[in-house]
Design a protein. Structure first.
Length: 250
């Protein structure tokens, strides 16, 4: 008999421990069930980056430096785990010719040309979008909304795709209940609506959903499922999609 999903306050601590470098004490007994709180971990990261952007604005550093420091805050708050996932997926998906080899490359600590290019392009796109948003004085709210929406995609990819390997962080975390993924999405949409408005949220959420769907399809085709790197890459690509939409509205 399946136990009904019930969110717990401790899930928020677990989500912070899994997705950020914020020092918290978590037991990880409900890693999969805590997926509903992943957007709240994104909220914490977004608030940190937003605070840095606010300070940069007070110091009148200009749009470029504000965007640079905000991007640095995003990377530091997460320990660059999502950037690492993007680089590993780029190397593995296009550096290997069959599933086993691709998974081997993704686990290799060395970075190849595809990974370097993915990191450069990812950072460049985020920096450019953040510069536009900083110039229009909406960087704080939009970076928070992008952090929320992009992390709501992770539970759905975990739910929809099987594990591509028998070990790793994704396997240890488990596959969340669909109710957890849906609750997380509802939280992300509601909070994003509050900070940036209804129309930008709907358009950004649509772009994020399409991006995550494409990332999941590619992952299934290349390695037959998802890994921690796939989840990190999905978040990163989804964040880029959200920031791009918000830049268009700025």
């Amino acid at each position: 008999m399946t136990t009904a999903f019930r969110p717990q306050p401790s899930d928020m601590v677990t989500a912070l421990a899994l997705l950020t470098r914020i020092p918290v004490r978590a037991t990880f007994t409900r890693s999969a069930e805590s997926a509903w709180a992943f957007p709240l971990a994104g909220l914490a990261v977004g608030v940190i980056a937003g605070a840095v952007a606010t300070i940069a604005g007070w110091l009148t550093l200009g749009a470029g430096l504000t965007a640079g420091f905000t991007l640095a805050a995003l990377v530091i708050a997460t320990g660059a785990m999502h950037e690492d996932g993007l680089a590993d997926c780029a190397d593995g998906f296009w550096g290997g010719f069959e599933r086993t080899r691709r998974l081997e490359i993704m686990r290799d600590s060395r970075i190849g040309a595809y990974g370097v290019l993915a990191l450069i392009l990812g950072l460049l796109l985020r920096f450019t979008a953040l510069s536009t948003l900083a110039h229009e004085d909406v960087i704080v709210t939009t970076v928070i909304a992008a952090a929320l929406l992009s992390r709501a995609t992770i539970p759905y990819v975990m739910t929809l795709l099987p594990h591509a390997r028998r070990d790793g962080l994704s396997v240890q975390t488990g596959r969340p209940p669909r109710a957890a993924a849906s609750l997380g999405a509802a939280i992300a949409l509601a909070l994003s609506w509050l900070v940036v408005g209804f129309v930008p949220t709907v358009v950004a959420a649509s772009a994020v959903t399409a991006t995550a769907f494409c990332a999941a399809r590619i992952a299934r085709a290349k390695i037959g499922g998802q890994t921690g790197d796939v989840l990190g890459a999905t978040q990163m690509l989804s964040e880029i999609a959200a920031l791009t939409v918000f830049s268009a509205f700025a």
